[in-house]
Write a protein that binds this ligand. Structure first.
Ligand code: 5GP
Ligand code: MN
Length: 316
């Protein structure tokens, strides 16, 4: 952590890259890391793969798309990215930088930077950034609310199995520094667009249960998105909803995206989602993981049921 802080202090200029399809943790940790760099007098730009999700707009901040020419930056930080492919089209910024830094909490991360701070026990990348604030003694200001958002989103409001005593201690540190928890939880959990609710209803209505009710598979076609008026970001929590069905170990959402199938997996108690998704070219955490695969929705519905069935077999 000290070596990383020294490197950040010495950065000439910096680029921060959250993972593509950036979620609350990726955006929050990128924003707070930016503020930390600012306090060190380091100029930085946060590059995102796509426009930031509208439900995260309350966090503020400014983001740049990938420019036509690969920008030359001294220090590039990939944050909340399990592997370099999660940087998408922005990977060249990372590759070209003089000092490449990885800050992450995915167990499947094999350390693709020159400096790697990978803490798989951290519930969120925001936890790690909060620790950087603690270690550097920089005051948090608005970053307290930002980092609290990262933790709340990646732990589902402190409900998921990744939540530890340390998560709560860091959250307490952020609350003491002024994090507006009520506002964050309202924004994150109590605000669904009508289109999102309609999409959820349609997906749950048509879902497939397999393995005697232990596996729930939901499908989102491009057509369903346009019928309901929902956007890709509205699918973000659906695999988690499938997992809440009593008796379900594994919730999987398959959705058509950019000519591929995006697979999002959530497990309850024993199935290693990271291992299953890693074998498909993706990755993630034990209870939440994902991958992008080639093929059709119907083909992958069958395939994933078979793959999960085999994985259960290895557990029994
Ligand atoms: P989600 O299902 O919300 O897209 O992702 C769940 C977790 O798995 C997140 O921590 C996310 O970073 C990770 N993840 C999702 N898709 C991929 C992927 O294609 N590759 C890798 N390495 N990780 C992924
Ligand atoms: Mn994360």
């Amino acid at each position: 952590m000290k070596a990383l802080l020294d490197a950040l202090r010495q950065a000439g200029n910096a680029a921060i890259l959250p993972h593509k399809s950036a979620d609350g943790d990726a955006i929050a940790s990128a924003l707070a890391l930016g503020k930390l760099l600012e306090s060190f007098g380091v100029a930085y730009t946060i590059y995102t793969e796509e426009p930031v999700r509208t439900d995260l707009a309350f966090l503020g901040g400014s983001f740049s798309p990938m420019p036509e020419d690969v920008p030359s930056v001294h220090t590039c930080i990939a944050i909340d990215c399990g592997d370099i492919f999660r940087l998408g089209d922005r990977a060249p910024i990372f590759e070209k930088a003089k000092c490449r830094v990885v800050i992450d909490h995915h167990i499947t991360n094999d350390g693709f930077g020159d400096i790697n701070l990978i803490v798989p026990t951290a519930a969120a990348a925001a936890e790690i950034v909060a620790e950087l604030y603690m270690a550097s003694g920089v005051s948090l200001g608005k970053a307290a609310t930002t980092l609290y958002t990262g933790i709340v989103t990646d732990t589902g409001g402190f409900r998921y199995a990744n939540t530890t005593a340390k998560t709560h201690k860091i959250a307490a540190f952020l609350l003491e520094a002024g994090a507006e928890s009520g506002k964050v939880c309202h924004q994150v959990f109590e605000q669904n667009s009508l289109a999102k609710i309609r999409l959820e209803a349609a997906v749950l209505h048509a879902m497939t249960l397999a393995h005697e009710g232990r596996t729930a598979v939901g499908l989102v076609s491009e057509a369903l998105l346009s019928e309901t008026g929902a956007t890709d970001e509205d699918t973000s929590n659906l695999s988690g909803v499938l997992r809440t069905i009593a008796g379900v170990e594994t919730g999987v959402l398959l959705r058509e995206k950019d000519g591929q199938i995006k697979l999002s997996m959530r497990t309850n108690a024993f199935l290693d989602a990271a291992a299953v998704c890693k074998a498909l070219g993706g990755g993630g955490h034990a209870r939440a993981a994902g991958a992008s695969v080639d093929g059709s929705l119907s083909e992958w519905k069958e395939k994933i049921i078979t793959i999960i069935g085999e994985a259960y077999g290895r557990h029994s």
